[in-house]
Design a protein. Structure first.
Length: 437
């Protein structure tokens, strides 16, 4: 009697959990735009079917055994997850595209303090190596590599990233990690091997001079931190990161940072001048040919950003309470308020150290240094593009990115006067955050 009772409870739990997974799968599977390797839930879908039909044969011992074995393993995974959540470890991916202020917003987290492991664009290495080896044109291959590297890094495992670093690290030591100095945690004393003059290229950590980076040390430091944040501008579609949200070892949240595509184009034309030569030419004379590759690329980028946001805002189960959309313009206007909201969303404590960094770096400062600088009067900066982009190009962006502008609440302009009239705001007040609370 007693044994039977226990078994039926286990069974009930099994059904509930498996059913929950099924509903996740059926909601999202038809929307998967990217072929992924089969995941565990896909297998369980078939299994639960059998399970439900076999209600009558509950006394079949073989089936019972395999069911309870599977259940046991699932529950083990489940309690692993609980343990992670219980310990309060947070894994945040800050996803953006170039020239959207992601370095600046990344600093909000990088400056959090001793309990933060922050990485600045590790996927730079991945893109670079894929481009060298394959021309980098296969988006599916790139998306998988990005996903796998991010997953391992969130677990403090640098081994997969190492395969992409050029030159290959020797004994897990590299002098070539991209923008190491942008990660406070990679410049801490415990991760700073001695700098020997004349032997190594100096590594310009902001606080100290270090020798090459020992990735074993980096990993050890990472494991000791409560929170991990990775910023990247290379993930094209949020959906490709779904396995990370479903990984029971992680408690992943996504912050998608967006910016007015007209402003992004204006900024890129300055920062990446050679690549944007065509846009410069169009600015000087003639028409913008809508069937040009450059225009198609712009449209493709806008569509990816919009589709990612649409999935996030739709809140499928796998993303529930794991997605937040932030507009750069709102951060520029209300940096402290938005930082508070982001920290609240992540569940990471907003430290006085982080607050003070934001205060110092969002006030007027005449000493701006270079196009990558984050130290600017942010609200003034956010509007500057309106005077640098020719109306013609603004129109071209509006044509290519119409639905994107609309979703994020960026007003289209109908004349040159409207574009440069600062009394007309081009940003509609729009609350996206209501959707994650
Ligand atoms: C399934 O099992 C439950 C509990 O033992 C029982 O009440 C129910 O009638 C069964 N359903 C079918 C379709 O056999
Ligand atoms: C438990 O988790 C591991 C790693 O996350 C996974 O490989 C395995 O398939 C999971 N087991 C079950 C039964 O879900
Ligand atoms: C991309 O790579 C995948 C996997 O190797 C392959 O199946 C696919 O055909 C490739 N796509 C293109 C456009 O080359
Ligand atoms: C890197 O750090 C690890 C852990 O501190 C240490 O065991 C290893 O010897 C270091 N590697 C090198 C090449 O110094
Ligand atoms: C930053 O620029 C804006 C817009 O020009 C201006 O209103 C604001 O006063 C400036 N902020 C500071 C702290 O000077």
């Amino acid at each position: 009697m007693r044994i039977k009772y226990t078994i039926s409870i286990v069974f009930f739990v099994a059904l509930v959990i498996i059913e929950k997974e099924n509903s996740i799968i059926s909601r999202v599977s038809d929307k998967l735009s990217l072929k992924q390797t089969p995941q565990t839930p896909l297998h369980s879908s078939g299994f639960s079917h059998v399970l439900l039909k076999q209600n009558v044969s509950l006394n079949s011992h073989n089936k019972m055994d395999s069911a309870s074995m599977l259940m046991k393993r699932r529950l083990e995974n489940y309690s692993d997850h609980q343990e992670v959540v219980g310990r309060g470890k947070k894994h945040i991916l800050l996803l953006a595209t170039t020239r959207t202020g992601s370095s600046f917003v990344g600093e909000f987290f990088n400056q959090q303090g001793a309990n933060m492991f922050y990485l600045f664009e590790p996927l730079w290495h991945v893109e670079k190596k894929l481009t060298l080896e394959t021309g980098g044109t296969n988006a599916t291959v790139a998306a998988k590599a990005y996903r796998d590297v991010l997953q391992r890094l969130l677990l403090c495992d640098f081994s997969l990233l190492e395969d992409f670093i050029e030159p290959l690290p020797v004994d897990h030591v590299t002098a070539a990690l991209f923008r190491r100095e942008s990660s406070s945690s990679l410049c801490e004393e415990s991760v700073c091997s001695p700098f020997i003059k004349g032997v190594f290229e100096p590594h310009h950590c902001r606080t100290r001079r270090c020798g090459p980076l020992n990735l074993t040390m980096a990993s050890e430091s990472c494991l000791q931190k409560e929170h991990r944040v990775i910023k990247s501008v290379r993930v094209r579609e949020l959906e490709t990161l779904r396995p990370l949200a479903e990984d029971p070892r992680l408690d992943v949240k996504f912050i998608q940072l967006v910016r007015d595509p007209r402003a992004v184009l204006a900024s890129r034309m300055v920062a990446f001048e050679p690549k944007y030569r065509k846009w410069k030419q169009w600015a000087l004379g003639g028409n913008v040919p809508i069937d040009d590759d450059e225009v198609r690329k712009l449209k493709g980028n806008c569509d990816n950003i919009r589709m990612s946001a649409e999935i996030g805002l739709r809140q499928p189960l796998w993303l529930r309470q794991r997605y937040m959309l932030v507009r750069y313009e709102d951060i520029a206007r209300f940096p402290m308020k938005k930082a508070e909201e982001m920290y609240e969303f992540t569940g990471i404590p907003f430290t006085p150290q982080a607050k003070s960094w934001i205060l110092r770096n969002t006030q007027a400062s005449k000493k701006t240094s270079g196009v990558y600088s984050t130290k600017k009067n942010s609200s003034e900066q956010a509007e500057k593009w309106r005077f640098s982009i020719p109306f013609k190009l603004a129109l071209a962006v509006q044509k290519a990115c119409g639905p994107t502008l609309k979703l994020f609440g960026y007003k289209s302009v109908s004349s040159k006067e409207m574009l440069t009239d600062k009394s007309i705001s081009l940003i509609e007040d729009k609350a996206f955050n209501a959707l994650w609370t």
